[in-house]
Design a protein around this ligand. Structure first.
Ligand code: SF4
Length: 286
C-alpha cells in the first residue's frame, strides 16, 4: 500500500477531525488552516467547531493490514490537520450539521482501539503543541504502562518554546520525540538530550508563502548535539525550495524504540534471540 503522505518522516497521517486553534508563533502560517480556508471550512479558533473525518477508522485498518503484510512497523503521524491533545471541541459532519459527540470522544475511541491491540504493526506519532494536556487526556492505564506503539511529541520553534514544551513533555511517561519545525531561531537541546529522555529529533525550516528564514548552521548545531548524545536525528527541509547540503542530509529513525521492522514478529524474534538487533531492542529502557 502506498504511503498517504508526502511528509518524509512518516508512512501515513491520520486525522480524526479537521480544525484547531493557533498556539504559538510556529502556528502563524499553519498549512492546515490555510487549506481549510481555501476549502471554505470555518474550523479554526476556540469558538468554532471541528469537522469530523469519518474515513480515519477504515484507513487505520488498511494501514495496519499493509504493515502486517509487509512485515514492517509503519509510522502514523496523528494529526496533520488537527492537534490530538486539544481540549474537547464540538463536532460537525461533512454537511456542517452539529453532532452530539465531541472531539474528546473521538480521541478516547482511538486510545481504546490502541489499548485493545487493534494496531500492533503501527507506531503512532502523536505530535502536539499542547503537551501539558497529554496526561489529562490519555487513559489512566497509560500513565504507568504507556503503549509500546505510541510516541508522544511536541514542536518547539525557538529556545523559549523549547523550555516550556519540552519540560511539559518530560512529565509524560513513554517514548518521546521532538519535531523542531518550523524552526525560527537557533536552539540548543543539549540539556534535554543529555538526559536520554528524548528518543528522536526531527528538524526543519518553514515552507510555503511568507516562509521565515532558516539558517543551515542551526541545522548543523542540532545535528552535532544529536550525534554527541546518540539521539536519532532527521533533517526534513530548509524550505522545500533550497537544496539540502550533503552534510545536513541525515535522516535517521528511532529504530530502538520503534522496533526492528519485523512487524508483529519483532518481540517474538527478539525473545528467541533470533534477531541480530535483539540486545539493543530488548535491553532498551525508557
Ligand atoms: S497546533 Fe498545529 S494544527 Fe493547530 S494551528 Fe498550530 S500548527 Fe496548525
Amino acid at each position: 500500500m502506498a504511503n498517504n503522505t508526502k511528509i518524509e518522516w512518516t508512512e501515513h497521517t491520520a486525522n480524526l477531525w479537521w480544525g484547531c486553534t493557533k498556539v504559538h508563533e510556529g502556528c502563524d502560517h499553519c498549512y492546515a488552516h490555510a487549506l481549510a480556508r481555501r476549502w471554505g471550512n470555518d474550523v479554526w479558533g476556540n469558538d468554532k467547531p471541528r469537522k469530523k473525518i469519518k474515513s480515519v477508522w477504515t484507513d487505520l485498518l488498511k494501514y495496519q493490514k499493509a504493515a502486517k503484510t509487509a512485515g514492517e512497523i509503519h509510522k502514523v503521524f496523528v494529526g496533520s490537520m488537527m492537534d490530538i491533545f486539544e481540549k474537547p471541541m464540538p463536532l460537525i459532519d461533512s454537511k456542517g450539521k452539529l453532532l452530539t459527540e465531541n472531539t474528546g470522544e473521538l480521541r478516547d475511541k482511538l486510545f481504546e482501539n490502541i489499548s485493545s491491540g487493534m494496531y500492533p504493526d503501527l507506531m503512532f506519532l502523536m505530535l502536539t503543541k499542547r503537551p501539558s494536556n497529554i496526561n489529562k487526556y490519555i487513559p489512566d492505564a497509560w500513565k504507568a504502562n504507556p503503549p509500546d506503539n505510541v510516541m508522544f511529541g511536541t514542536s518547539p520553534v525557538n529556545q523559549a518554546t523549547s523550555f516550556t514544551l519540552i519540560e511539559q513533555l518530560l512529565k509524560v511517561n513513554g517514548k518521546r520525540f521532538l519535531s523542531v519545525e518550523p524552526q525560527l531561531d537557533n536552539i540548543t537541546l543539549l540539556p534535554w538530550l543529555l538526559t536520554g529522555e528524548i528518543h528522536w529529533v526531527i528538524q526543519g525550516g518553514e515552507s510555503g508563502p511568507g516562509r521565515r528564514p532558516f539558517d543551515t548552521d542551526w541545522g548543523r548545531n542540532l545535528k552535532a548535539e544529536c550525534q554527541a548524545t546518540n539521539t536519532p536525528y532527521f533533517f526534513k527541509q530548509i524550505d522545500k525550495v533550497q537544496k539540502i547540503p550533503a552534510d545536513l542530509l541525515v535522516r535517521e529513525f528511532p529504530d530502538k524504540v520503534i522496533g526492528c521492522g519485523s512487524g508483529s514478529m519483532c518481540n517474538a524474534l527478539a525473545q528467541l534471540s533470533a534477531c541480530k538487533r535483539a540486545p539493543a531492542i530488548v535491553g532498551f529502557q525508557l
